[in-house]
Design a protein around this ligand. Sequence first.
Ligand code: ZN
Length: 365
Amino acid sequence: LCLIDGAAEAVRRTNDAGFLAVLVTNQPQVAKGFASREVIESIHARLETDLGRAGAKLDRIYWCPHHPEAGHEDEVTELKGACECRKPTPGLLVRAATDLNVDLGRSCIIGDSWRDFGAGRSMGVAVYGVRTGEGSRLLPPGIEPPDLIFDDVNEATAFVVHGVPEVEILATRLAQDAPSQRPKLVAVSGISRTGKSTVAHALRTALGRKGIETLHVRLDDWIVPRKERAPESTVAERTQSASMPEIARRLLGGETVEAPGYDPHDRRGGRIVRYTAPSRGVVILDGVLAGSSGLQHLIDALVYVEAADEIVEARTRAFYRWKGCPAGEIAATLRRRRSEEWPAVRKQRTGADLIVGSSDASRRV
Ligand SMILES: [Zn+2]
């Protein structure tokens, strides 16, 4: 047993913030006959000891010993077959919620696999993926992607516990504004890997708590697949920036808009995504050029997200490594971004109503 770096700190942080920390885990080795219940329980005891040494504690561990398919030599017949606890079934979460009187509106599941995401969705809690372990990579049809993917559980819990304080101010302002004929439009822009999606998700969560319906539109769903790009394409071309004002107008007018979809993992086309705005409420446009000049006359608030260059570069390298890109290709991508994409994206900063993430944050909200 070996704890992933930062995992104990992550659990301790949730303990300190007054959250419950519950482990829900599939252990089909028992049904398959590879390990006894006692072995699994001793592994969990060891885990609790290691966490305890780091000042962290799990409030409860729930685990499923079952496996759906027969066919293992030493299998335990009575544990084979469908059950109500194996994720993506939400049985273990239901049990935890009942036993511990969990506030589901403030709860989330953090996991590395589509089974965790499916269980979380069924339970109606926020769903966060991590790039460690299975790495949140495989997503079978019918399983929605997580709300956000973090580098690891430590980063995920930091977000859960601290949120993005700046967006609370914006959410309050939007909630106080007089109701309008159309939904309000908030753009969240900034360089890739600065944390735009995290900010957009935090804003959506904050507005939801104020009873305001939101639609989070990921402009990445319109990115042109790599094979269809011109050799020296600009960021505006790659993201189909020229089409965005028309798309925003249609959304605000109540139309359902279809995005071609984009799979960042292999940079090919993805699944079609349909967006329909709530009749009032807020539409959040989340994209590198969401605050570009063509959109500005439609935007009610422009948020610009930034981070130090070293942080953006480190996150970009980690992200492309996760995607399986060779080092040379990552370096070339970073060079291109620095010379063309970053200057183009940074032009939006001057018009921002709120700047998130920098130490010299100017707040004009
Ligand atoms: Zn089970």
